[in-house]
Design a protein around this ligand. Structure first.
Ligand code: MG
Ligand code: ZN
Length: 536
């Protein structure tokens, strides 16, 4: 007798609580959980690189983005923004390997290490954590799959240059999706003998689209091992798009195409190399089949390469390629509330920015406003930059690297300043004179010479006017000198050929409770830890 009324009171109270809370706030009652984490890294994409895309979208007279908004605008409609410091352990600046290791493991890492902590010990990375949780995993990059950024998410090596070993590690860890370039590190060295059976076998497997040559120092055929492990192999866009589950997609011998080439070939029906957006879409198709969720890392890796070369037009195309990929991911995520999307950079590259100058100061002009009546002219003291510059940057037809590759292929006696100027002026909207070309081709005895050093081993190098210690990829210095020659006409300055310590943006979108922790000033080890925690 006494039990029944007490029972009914409890029942009433419970009913009341449930009813009230479901009326007032269903999310608090049943907050959406993070099932999937997508970490998107723009390599070298500091605030200034994002800013270039935003300036282009908003201000270019003929912007190719019709709404004049970007995927970043879209992210912040429902998402949040944070800032993150990127420095490697005991250092001011980071490289991509340490930065990606910190994001992948949540531990401080030393420069140039892959998947290790600052003392040199392997730490579990987020791919391994996700696998432990029964989730699927994927890595996508428009560089090559053994390059530092993707490598740090599934490999453990003392140095980023150990790409053959990294390929074996990737296979050992076995993410379900691996889409990038870098086929050469997966082929046995006998493949370089064009008379060998293995060369013929690989040629028919890979097809004619990729001219490969093994980078390995052993006879391991990692493609065969991958197949034994259950991977479907893909070497073309179509093969990738037909893939159903575990897939190793290697679409270029080394690096994939750059952003300008991607723009130019996007609508070519003959194209076999997938775009970054297409790789992201196929990865999401495969990974979203798992009802326990997934972790996916997508890298726009050549933003950094444009930054190292100080190639502003290429940088714009790389940012547009990143934007197209991000739109694709946001389309996929549109009707979901189970996916945390984190968009960040591993560091800034190049110290880029538009800047006002004393060059070509515009003529004074009349303005209709009251304060400029009576013959007062609008007459700024400097050139604050013409937005038409943005269209001219977009019009670049060839990357600086490709310009010099073409130049170097000329017979020696034709490698003259006038030929260089001609070639630059045909392929960019920022003309250089023969005198400027002469300066770009001038060399000096290497002030940083170190015998046998892979980067500083040349006796003569292009002559840098200032800060030559910061232009460490000495064989590329002509590209940086070209950037200096067009700086005033591009209204663009670059401060270095390497990375800077500028804090980078964190754009996050996903289930509300998971976002707040990112909307702060963090370090990339925090970001890594938060991403790992969100998965569990
Ligand atoms: Mg990278
Ligand atoms: Zn870099």
């Amino acid at each position: 007798m006494r039990i029944i009324p007490r029972f009914s009171v409890y029942f009433l109270i419970c009913f009341f609580l449930v009813a009230c809370s479901s009326v007032t706030n269903p999310e608090e009652q049943n907050p959406p959980q993070v099932k999937n984490v997508i970490l998107i890294i723009g390599d070298g994409m500091g605030p200034q690189q994002v800013g270039l895309l935003l300036s282009y979208a908003r201000q270019a007279p003929h912007s190719v983005l019709p709404t004049r908004t970007t995927a970043f605008d879209r992210l912040l409609e429902h998402g949040r923004l944070g800032l993150s410091l990127t420095h490697a352990a005991n250092a001011l600046v980071t490289d991509s390997a340490a930065s990606a290791s910190q994001l992948a493991t949540g531990y401080p890492a030393g420069a140039e290490m892959i998947g290790l902590d600052e003392f040199g010990n392997a730490r579990e990375n987020i791919v391994e954590t996700a696998q432990r949780l029964g989730k699927m995993t994927g890595l996508v990059s428009d560089t090559r799959i053994t390059h530092a950024t993707p490598a740090a998410f599934a490999a453990h090596q003392s140095h980023r240059s150990l790409e053959n070993e990294i390929a074996e590690d990737l296979l050992h860890t076995g993410p379900d999706v691996l889409f990038s370039g870098g086929l050469n590190n997966w082929l046995p060295q006998q493949a370089n003998d064009k008379k060998s059976a293995i060369y013929r076998q690989l040629s028919s497997l890979i097809g004619s689209g990729i001219g490969f040559s093994s980078q390995r120092k052993d006879d391991k055929n990692l493609l065969e091992l991958a197949q034994k492990q259950g991977y479907t192999l893909a070497f073309t866009k179509r093969q990738m798009q037909q893939a159903q589950d575990k897939t190793l997609g290697l679409f270029a011998a080394s690096a994939m195409q750059n952003g300008i080439v991607e723009t130019q070939s996007k609508n070519n029906p003959e194209r076999t190399e997938p775009t970054l957006a297409e790789m992201a879409a196929s990865a999401l198709d495969i990974l979203s089949k798992n009802n326990r969720g997934f972790f996916l890392m997508i890298e726009g890796g050549q933003i950094d390469w444009a930054g190292h070369k100080n190639d502003t037009g290429l940088l714009l195309h790389e940012m547009l390629r990143f934007n197209a990929m991000l739109e694709q991911v946001l389309d996929w995520a549109k009707k979901r509330d189970d996916t945390l999307i984190i968009v960040t950079a591993d560091h800034e590259t190049g110290g880029f920015g538009f800047s006002y100058s004393a060059h070509d100061i515009p003529a004074p002009r009349a303005l209709p406003g009251a304060f400029f009546a009576d013959k007062v002219l609008f007459k700024p003291s400097f050139n604050f930059g013409n937005p038409e510059t943005l269209d001219k940057l977009y019009a670049q037809k060839m990357s600086y690297t490709d310009i010099f590759t073409h130049f170097d292929a000329l017979p020696k006696n034709q490698q003259t300043p006038s030929r260089l100027a001609e070639w630059v002026n045909q392929n960019t909207a920022f003309a250089i004179s023969e005198t400027q070309a002469e300066k770009i081709l001038a060399t000096e005895s290497n002030p940083l010479y170190r015998k046998g050093h892979p980067l500083f081993g040349a006796k003569r190098i292009p002559k840098m006017a200032v800060n030559s210690s910061f232009f460490v990829y000495q064989s590329d210095n002509r590209e940086n000198l070209l950037a200096q020659a067009v700086a005033t006409s591009q209204q663009a300055v670059w401060s270095t050929g390497t990375h800077t310590s500028t804090p980078v943006y964190l754009f996050v979108q996903g289930p509300k409770p998971s976002l707040k922790a990112f909307s702060k000033i963090l370090h990339h080890t925090d970001v890594g830890r938060l991403a790992i925690e969100a998965l569990q």
